[in-house]
Design a protein around this ligand. Sequence first.
Ligand code: UDP
Ligand code: MG
Length: 311
Amino acid sequence: MTDISIVVPLYNEAESLPHLAEWIDRVMQEHGFSYEVVMVDDGSRDGSWQVIEELHQKNPAYRGIKFRRNYGKSAALNVGFAATQGDVVITMDADLQDSPDEVPELYRMIKEDGYDLVSGWKKKRYDSKLAKNIPSKFFNWTTRRMSGIKLHDFNCGLKAYRHEVVKSIEVYGEMHRYIPVIAKWAGFTKIGEKVVQHRKREFGVTKFGMNRFINGYLDLMSIMFMSKFGKQPMHFFGAIGSLSFLFGFIALIVVLIMRLAGRMALTNSVWFYLSMLFVLIGMMLFLAGFLGELICRNSSTRNQYLIEKEL
Ligand code: UDP
Ligand code: MG
């Protein structure tokens, strides 16, 4: 089996690629690893693919997959993961901000320390403070709190995985920021961290703007929701639906009793409308729960489990 598969998602990084490849080769040869590099071209328009073709011709350990258009980093990683054959899988950005020198130690941590996943931690970052460093501190703090995973830098492009992990998880949408959360949810709980060197971007420009913070949080919400209620939506909708319905129903009875006692006119009372509102919201939540259950029932993955061992 190949020791290491390196997956590189890239979008318009033609200038960086030859330097990256040279650096990877140097490190791999120094340490005597057998390796492959899977470059996933996420719809580049700048000649990145020609560079990948040349790399492949020189050394067939370099493989390439090209998307017809730009689908995003998560899609690129997902396809890259599916293509890997190595014992340990390393992901790395193409822009030379992540250093291949980290690979041997990451490999060792997976093989010897028995981690399922090791995430890089860009302790000292070379990105703009306002746009990246401060928002990302906040982002990491919330993700840590919500997921219970003690990582400082969830979104680091440099990560190492045990082979089985990448074959068991699916990265979609913009979920690449939460791969440790997805892995933990799949049952791979030994998640470690390694401080890694980070460098300035030399060529090209960053591909992620400010909107990633909004999308990032929405994704965190949906991932937490999916992990808790993805297979039993009724437990979520039913619970708050019942509460709302019960509250509205009791309030309605009180309003009716007061009406019968002649204390107030029904349609003049704000309480009447409020209790009706709660009853209706409760019923709608129930309906959403039932629809969710129907969708789950028809999902092809409803009975897909990851089996660790069997005798
Ligand atoms: N990337 C990609 N598809 C995209 C956006 C980015 O494959 O739609 C790649 C990009 O080429 C780079 C990595 O993802 O290799 C990280 O992107 P970038 O360096 O722009 O992010 P930053 O370091 O600024 O967070
Ligand atoms: Mg970068």
